[in-house]
Write a protein that binds this ligand. Structure first.
Ligand SMILES: Cc1cc2nc3c(=O)[nH]c(=O)nc-3n(C[C@H](O)[C@H](O)[C@H](O)COP(=O)(O)OP(=O)(O)OC[C@H]3O[C@@H](n4cnc5c(N)ncnc54)[C@H](O)[C@@H]3O)c2cc1C
Length: 493
């Protein structure tokens, strides 16, 4: 039986380990942190259980397929509920819109904000459906040659759907209202990209939210990681935590295992790295294997944004809130330019506000709520000093929350934790402290142009997770696990 070491127990690393074990390899996962999950992690303290990373499950069909491939049924193992509305979007003037998956309700909301816009909403969703079909053709495959991109029909569709335009500009063509423009363009932020820079192609995410729904597993997103760990147990994958890898062993030009920081050597026929891909090339390859041209290329790529996160345990419940919400500052562009271009802290940060206790009261002690605030922030390529900046950001966010949620919120906070870009770098070896994933998703960092899931010069070394294709987000890293498994099975079985 051939053996494989997977470096990192993020969702992508775990999914790859499960698939490879199922395919007949003996897999060991080595994770530096005390708890598996990577960016999809959890804090359990004082009766609160908070997902500290992802909170939104979209493209559920990818989760279904992952479980099917392993011989299980996702819905039988996890208690999934569909959220509707998907989000409540709050605006600076106190107004809000509920973004329903239910079409008549969504149309009513859109009409309320911009009378006469419902038909254009349906056109926008229809165009999103075309982009989704087109996009899935690019993400569900491995790439070897540039010619793999050559697909005249897809090229024609790219032109027809004007997917090459900027996302915000295209959305602005459908809606006159500043509020609707914000509400239907923000989704690229979850790939770490400004809608002013992202390709219009990424309105496929808006379409996926609306048409395929947004889901929540009881126990939170970390319940999926826990279930993957249970599956690892059932299938015989060895998952070791507190096991940081110091170096990938390369002998006679091929990967032969890893050396842990403890000095222990774990030999394997193949190595799959789920750690940030640029970090793997720069820090885990032996010095003599680090090619300056590869390191330069990775260094010069665009890195995604980071985030400041505030988790609050609060006395009381807020039945008027929605499970998921977003707050948009008045000057949307200034907020995004600060994050992505000036790399400074925005004066009036937009943020994602999550109250999972609306759907799942077990996440907090009785009569209490859990609030999760994620404000996108510049990554560490800027010069923000987080130890000094964090208290100020926290105050700004609490001021906003007192306007949106409860004027007495501060008095009722009984537990809180925060997480900054510095923490992403320290905990997960996230290059430049990026939050959602390392490399952003411009055209020349997607599909064939994203770093491949196989090291070109080192046989036996592969990659899985957000750093390789298809990219950032839970569904994408699950797809990346499928793609790297297909490649390894094809090459080694
Ligand atoms: C705040 C936040 C909100 C998000 N929201 C969503 C959302 O709502 N929906 C969604 O789909 N996605 C969301 N994402 C993105 C999603 O969580 C990530 O894209 C995805 O989880 C990345 O998984 P991964 O397997 O690629 O790698 P990671 O999660 O980055 O895991 C890599 C693992 O490798 C380990 N590692 C690194 N170096 C070493 C080493 N030397 N030795 C051993 N182990 C090592 C790390 O500790 C880590 O556990 C969010 C992310 C964040 C941070």
């Amino acid at each position: 039986m051939r053996s494989i070491v997977v470096i990192g127990a993020g969702m992508g690393g775990l999914a790859a380990a499960l698939r490879l074990q199922k395919a007949g390899f003996q897999v060991t996962v080595l994770e530096k942190q005390p708890r598996a999950g990577g960016r999809s992690n959890v804090i359990e303290e004082c009766g609160y259980r908070v997902d500290i990373g992802p909170t939104i499950l979209v493209m559920k069909s990818v989760f279904d397929e992952t479980y099917r491939a392993l011989g299980y049924t996702f819905d039988e193992r996890l208690n999934m509920a569909r959220l509707d509305p998907n989000y409540r979007v709050y605006f600076h003037d106190g107004d809000h819109i509920d973004l329903y998956g239910d079409m008549p309700s969504l149309a009513d909301e859109v009409e309320r904000i911009e009378p006469g816009s419902a038909e254009r909403l349906f056109e926008f969703i229809g165009a999103g459906a075309k982009k989704y079909a087109l996009g899935m053709g690019f993400v569900e495959r491995n790439y070897d040659h540039l010619t793999d991109l050559a697909n005249p029909r897809a090229g024609l569709q790219l032109l027809r759907t004007r997917s090459y335009q900027k996302l915000y500009d295209q959305v602005a063509g459908y809606f006159q209202s500043d509020k609707l423009r914000k509400a239907f363009s923000f989704h690229s932020m979850f790939l770490g990209l400004s809608p002013f820079d992202a390709l219009a192609m990424y309105s496929l995410i808006t379409y996926a939210d609306i048409a395929h729904g947004m889901w929540y597993p009881q126990g939170g997103i970390y319940a999926i990681i826990e279930d993957m760990l249970a599956l690892a147990d059932e299938l015989g994958v060895d998952v070791r935590t507190n096991a940081p890898v110091a170096e990938i062993l390369v002998e006679a030009g091929r990967a032969t295992g890893v050396r842990l920081e403890s000095g222990e050597i774990v030999r394997a026929d193949l190595v799959v790295s789920n750690a940030d891909l640029p970090y793997t090339y720069r820090h885990l390859l032996p010095a003599q294997e680090r090619r300056p041209s590869t390191l330069d290329r990775l260094q010069n790529m665009d890195y995604a944004c980071s985030g400041y996160l505030l988790y609050l345990g609060v006395k009381g419940t807020f039945p008027g809130m929605r499970h998921q919400a977003l707050y948009f500052s008045e000057d949307y562009r200034a907020n995004l330019d600060a994050i992505f271009h000036a790399r400074t802290i925005p004066a009036d940060p937009s943020f994602h506000l999550n109250n999972p206790t609306i759907s799942d009261p077990t996440l907090a002690p009785p009569g209490h709520s859990l609030l999760y605030v994620l404000a996108p922030m510049p990554n560490l390529q800027g010069d923000v000093e987080w130890p000094q900046a964090a208290p100020q950001v926290r105050e700004t966010l609490l001021n906003q929350l007192e306007k949106l949620v409860d004027p007495h919120l501060r008095e009722n906070i009984v537990w809180s934790r925060e997480y900054t870009p510095v923490d992403f770098a320290r905990d997960y070896n996230a290059v430049h402290g990026t939050a959602f994933g390392s490399l952003s998703h411009g055209f020349f960092q997607s599909s064939y142009f994203r770093p491949h899931n196989k090291a070109r010069d080192i046989p036996g070394l592969y990659f899985v997770g957000q750093g390789t294709y298809p990219g950032i987000g839970m569904p994408m890293v699950l797809l990346s696990a499928r793609l790297v498994t297909e490649r390894i099975v094809q090459e080694w079985c």
